[in-house]
Structures are given as C-alpha cells and as structure tokens.
Design a protein. Structure first.
Ligand SMILES: Cc1cc2nc3c(=O)[nH]c(=O)nc-3n(C[C@H](O)[C@H](O)[C@H](O)COP(=O)(O)OP(=O)(O)OC[C@H]3O[C@@H](n4cnc5c(N)ncnc54)[C@H](O)[C@@H]3O)c2cc1C
Length: 392
C-alpha cells in the first residue's frame, strides 16, 4: 500500500503547482499524485490558443516528475476515508497519506447525446482529436459563446474551417463584456468568416445521416459533422461530498486552503475561497488561480501558514485581439469604458456601490497589478474619476 506524506488527487496545473511547492518546502516528504488523465500535468491554455498558432506540443509539459512526486496516471480516486487517511482508486489500489490535496478541477457540462462527434474541449486528448478533425473538410459547430467557444471557433477558423457559432446571448462573451463590446465581437467574428447565429440556443440534438442536427430555440436547425460544446464546467466535488467535506459551489476552504477536514486541502478550479479585496467568496476557473493557489496549498500542507489573499487575473485571445482581466468582470455591473481606440485598445472598469470591482484590460498590457491596486481602493469612484486611470 503506497504511503505518502502528501497525496494529491488531480493532474492539472493546480496539482503540479502544489507538487513543486511541496518539494521546495519539505524536500524530505514523499508526494504521490494521482491523475485520471494518462498524461503528466500540462498547461491547458495553449490547447485553444498557442498550439493552433504553431507552438510545439512539447512546450506544454510542466516537468512535474522533476519535483520527485510519484505520478500514478490514468487512475481515478473513487473514495477518500478522512478518518483512516486513505484514498482508493478505480483499480482498488489504496494510498495512505498524512495530508491530502483535492485538485480535481472540473468536468465539462455534457450534451444529451452520446456520440464521438461531440468534443468537450478540456484535455490534451480533446485537443488532439479536434486538431486531427480540423484537417478534414467537414462542418464544425461551436455551441456557446464563452471562453472556450470563442477561442475554439477562432482556432478552427484560423485553419480555414467552416465554423458556425450557436450562441444564446446577443453577443460574444456577453456575460463578461459590456453589450457594445460583445456586439462588436459578433461583427468581428463574422468578418473573420465565422457564421454567427446569435440569440439562438440549443433545444434538442439528434443524429441524421452521419451528422449532428441541433434543433435551436428559434425553431431552426444547425447541421454539422463535429460539435464542440463550450458549456462551462461542473466542479469536481464528488469526492469531497463523499468524504463529508463542506461543499457550496465548490469545496469550501479557509484562507490557508484547508477544507472542513484539517488534513485535507483543496485548490484551483474546484475550490471556493474567501477573497478579501472583493469581500466575497469566489470559485475561479483560471490559470493564475490554479498556479498561485496550488502553490500556496502545497506550502501550507508542508507546515507554512501562508494565507491566500491573491486576486487572480485571467486572459484570452480572440484572433488578433487579446485581453487580461482582474476581479469581478460581470457584464451586469455598471461599466465605464475608456477606449484609446474603440474596441481595439482600452480599459473597461466594472463598478458596484462606487467601488471598482473588476477591470478589463483590452489589448492593454502590463497593468494587472495596477488594476488590483485600484480594486483595493475604497473609493467612492464616479465614472469620470476613472477615465485615464489606467494604463498607469
Ligand atoms: C482549453 C482551455 C483553455 C484555457 N485557457 C485559459 C486562459 O487563456 N486563461 C486562463 O486564465 N485560464 C484558462 N483556462 C482555465 C485553466 O486552464 C484552468 O483554470 C486550470 O486548468 C484549472 O486547473 P486545475 O488543476 O484546478 O483543474 P483541471 O485542469 O480541471 O485539472 C483537474 C485534474 O484532476 C483530474 N481528476 C479529477 N478528478 C479526479 C479523481 N477523482 N481522481 C484522479 N484525478 C482526477 C482531472 O483528470 C484533471 O487532470 C483554460 C482551460 C481550458 C480547458
């Protein structure tokens, strides 16, 4: 029975960041990492961006094995016993631990049809499958206009593929961007050759003559040989629930990333944490959070007491446009746009009760820390106070 000082369940960026931190903080402690994926940890963001622009696949690996962690790949933990401090995998192997980290991330929301013509774009294997299909002259439909949908549609179009986006909202990224920017992106995608079906959601799904047929909410049909579903993720909380940990929109952790069981930590996409700057509990599905929170969880498992007070940022690329964003970038908040060049370069501030809650840095780089400082300021701010605040 493997017996580790530290056991990490999960094989994503959070798991890797924790393994590296454990090695640094307690080089004598043993670390076991169990991942359901057959590959060691790798960077996910390039799967929908850089790899389509020519970056070689070998660049994504994070070199986790060099931390000394024992990697158990292609295995899924199915049960955790907090009292006995052990976890069991899907082949019946039992691993003992002193401290456990749940870095189980999330799994894509699924559509009600079982077929390999639907790709849920999350893993390296999903990327490889779509990349192989993108060499064929077939029709692609992307369901959803959020991060994954908009990035994958751009990636496929850059390979000159026939791509249709089916988006229930009126704009691309409508939950994040102000309405005028989200509407601009619809035109921008059309100019790039993507067929945009806006205000149209999925009402049903069938197969017909080798194709997928989507029935849409406006009684239309969309026929494609490959569907990419960008419907968001569901946090992987099953093990936490089974182990009796507190779960509320993710595994609830304290400021040192500890769950309601003192020997069990959680971090990354799956963890719900209190953020001081925003005065709110967050669950963040982005790279900076995975890297920073994973590292802090690792340090704390090894005995440090470093609080996680970081306000994570995220980024995305849409054809030639790119952005970074910090804080609560929710299109329902009051927004103040300060464009240097309309929709091409500028800053959007998100306000609530006179405070800046989020900042969108549109083709504006090197400003993330300044944006964080602005979010920490008590205000109150009026829209005119914000014009010209960033870049600082
Ligand atoms: C295509 C794509 C592009 C992205 N682009 C960006 C971007 O541009 N910017 C940005 O900020 N963020 C981006 N993200 C989000 C970012 O990648 C995630 O926030 C990050 O990967 C989360 O890491 P994680 O380790 O917490 O979770 P995950 O990456 O979900 O990893 C969880 C791991 O745990 C494994 N696992 C789950 N349950 C078990 C179990 N019971 N037993 C064993 N193993 C288990 C899974 O197989 C998986 O390997 C992107 C994500 C994707 C998919």
């Amino acid at each position: 029975m493997p017996d580790y000082t530290y056991l990490i369940v999960g094989g994503g960026m959070t798991a890797d960041a924790a393994a590296q931190a454990l090695h640094e903080a307690d080089p004598g402690g043993s670390v076991g990492l169990i991942s359901a994926e057959p590959h060691p940890p790798y960077d996910r963001p390039p799967l929908s961006k850089a790899l389509w622009k020519g970056e070689p696949e070998e660049k994504i690996w994070r070199g986790t094995a060099a931390s000394g962690a024992a990697l158990h790949l292609g295995r899924r933990i199915t049960a955790v016993d907090p009292r006995g401090r052990s976890a069991t995998d899907d082949r019946g192997a039992v691993y003992r631990y002193k401290k456990l980290l749940l870095a189980t991330g999330g799994a894509p929301r699924r559509l009600p049809l079982k077929t390999d013509q639907i790709i849920y774009f999350r893993t390296l294997d999903d990327y490889r499958r779509l990349r192989a299909l993108a060499t064929q002259s077939v029709r692609f439909a992307v369901i959803g206009g959020g991060f994954i949908g908009s990035e994958v549609a751009a990636a496929l179009r850059m390979q000159q593929r026939d791509v249709t986006m089916l988006v229930p909202e009126a704009g691309v990224g409508a939950r994040v961007f102000p309405a005028d920017l989200a509407a601009f992106l619809v035109d921008y995608y059309r100019e790039k050759g993507v067929t945009m079906r806006m205000g149209e959601g999925m009402a049903g799904l069938d197969r017909r003559a080798g194709s997928c047929v989507v029935r849409t909410t406006v009684s239309g049909e969309l026929v494609a040989e490959v569907l990419v579903a960008g419907l968001g993720i569901v946090p992987g909380v099953e093990l936490a629930e089974q182990a009796g940990l507190r779960v509320e929109n993710g595994i609830v952790v304290d400021e040192v990333c500890r769950t309601s069981q003192p020997d069990i930590y959680a971090a990354g996409d799956v963890a719900s944490f209190e953020n001081r700057a925003l005065g709110a509990r967050l669950r963040v599905e982005h790279e900076d959070n995975a890297n920073t929170m994973g590292r802090i969880a690792g340090l704390n498992m090894a005995g440090r007491a470093t609080p996680y007070h970081h306000l994570p940022f995220f980024y995305s690329d849409l054809f030639e446009l790119g952005y970074e964003a910090v804080g609560d970038v929710d299109a329902r908040l009051e927004t103040v746009a300060d464009w240097k060049e309309r929709f091409r370069e500028g800053v959007v501030y998100y306000l609530k009760d006179g405070r800046v809650r989020g900042v969108l840095l549109w083709n504006t780089w090197g400003q993330v820390d300044h944006a964080r400082a602005l979010i920490a300021e008590p205000g109150p701010f009026k829209p005119e106070d914000l014009k010209g605040r960033l870049p600082a």
